[in-house]
Design a binder for this molecule. Structure first.
Ligand code: 3PG
Ligand code: MG
Length: 383
């Protein structure tokens, strides 16, 4: 993909210049209100709703009628009460009275299929479109890539801020630039590991994804979670890092449970039947040193199963280092943002992104389908 330029994406001011007086205009705002829900179906964290307010308020202050639209969860193209937007609509009503919210976009199969008929329904009666759904802008879905083909369109304030910060990491790195990656699913992240090797000075790897790297190094991992299909790729990435003079830091101790299910700490070779659930204290201290010495840090993915107190300390130590370091700190998305909030450190980093997958893809590719659409150069074959 060619290097995008944020400056070619219309802003809200550009939209106003194009459309003229916004008073009385109906503006469709694609937001990412895909919020975490607790067991009772209540909103566990309204961060993504609050993050859309600057754009919504800018529009309502100008007299526009704001119609927001979002997906919630992954319903399968049909209404599913579990994913009703009602709790979000209620919270939005408290934060931004009078703003409409359409039903879950993914209740219609046309959303994920980018069906032209669904796009036509979305823009029916709409005068302008604003994409403020950074967290969903890596999806070439109808509500993300469709409307700019038909109505004057712009990026909202949140999308603008996210793109500025994340492309800033990519294009103007301060060194040492360290990426800290964790979480369980390595297949989502190998592309970004490879892309980041070209940008960062070192990559710190924790979370269950470290076991696939251990396997690539021939270390025994007991019964820990790993992705057998990805072992070769991890081996290749370790070799590639060595060739490029980059460092991949892997944990050298692990906490988890032994074959009898008892809490235990291991080195980097796990005995039969053992399961690793967190980086150990030595690794947490070492990772924390790397973060303290950096000038720029991007963190995505927890270091362990932090929802369980016994396995929260690796993630907590890394979160604390993110808060304490003088480096410019960016935290990408879902679980790591939730971890920061759990440790009450979310105000202590420079930027908490509302997008997990989207921030990784933007760092990896330097562009997203949603941004291409706003520039008028999204083509289906890019998706
Ligand atoms: C997210 O939560 O990562 C975004 O809302 C995108 O959701 P998705 O991964 O279900 O497309
Ligand atoms: Mg996601």
């Amino acid at each position: 993909m060619t290097a995008p330029s944020r400056s070619t994406i219309p802003t809200l001011e550009d939209l106003e210049a194009q459309v003229g007086d916004l008073a009385g205009k109906r503006v469709l705002v694609r937001t990412d209100f895909n919020v975490p829900l607790d067991e009772s179906g209540a909103i566990a964290d309204d961060f993504r709703i609050r993050a859309a307010l600057p754009t919504i308020n800018w529009l309502t202050e100008r007299g526009a009628t704001v119609v927001t639209a979002s997906h919630l969860g992954r319903p399968k193209g049909a209404p599913d009460p579990k994913y009703s937007m009602d709790p979000v609509r209620q919270r939005l009503g408290e934060l931004a009275p009078g703003v409409e919210l359409l039903e879950n976009l993914r209740f219609d199969p046309g959303e994920t299929a980018d069906d032209p008929a669904f796009v036509a329904r979305l823009v029916d009666g709409i005068d302008a479109y604003v994409n403020d759904a950074f967290g969903a802008s890596h999806r070439a879905h109808a509500s993300i890539v469709g409307p700019p083909r038909f109505v004057p369109s712009a990026m909202g304030r949140l999308l603008q801020k996210e793109v500025d910060v994340l492309l800033g990491l990519r294009d103007k790195p301060r060194r040492p630039f360290v990426a800290v990656l964790g979480g369980a699913k390595i297949s989502d992240k190998l592309g970004v590991v490879e892309a980041l090797l070209g940008v960062v000075d070192s990559i710190v790897i924790g979370g269950a994804m470290c076991f696939t790297f251990f396997a690539a190094q021939g270390k025994p991992i007991g019964d820990s979670l790993f992705e057998p299909d990805m072992v070769d790729t991890c081996g290749r990435l370790l070799a590639q890092a060595r060739e490029q003079g980059k460092v991949i830091h892997l944990p050298d101790d692990i906490t988890g449970v032994d074959a009898s299910g008892t809490y235990a700490t291991f080195g980097d070779r796990l005995p039969d039947g053992a399961k690793g659930f967190d980086i150990g204290p030595g690794s947490a201290a070492a990772f924390s040193d790397v973060i303290m010495d950096a000038r720029m840090v991007f963190w995505n993915g927890p270091m362990g199963m932090f929802e369980d107190d016994r396995f929260a300390s690796g993630t907590h130590t890394v979160a604390q280092a993110m808060a304490d370091t003088k480096a410019f700190t960016v935290v990408g998305g879902g679980d790591s943002a939730a971890a920061l909030a759990q440790f009450r450190l979310d105000d202590e980093v420079d930027h908490v992104s509302t997008g997990g997958g989207a921030s990784l893809e933007l760092l990896e590719n330097g562009d997203l389908p949603g941004l291409q659409a706003l520039r008028g150069d999204f083509r289906d074959e890019d998706a």
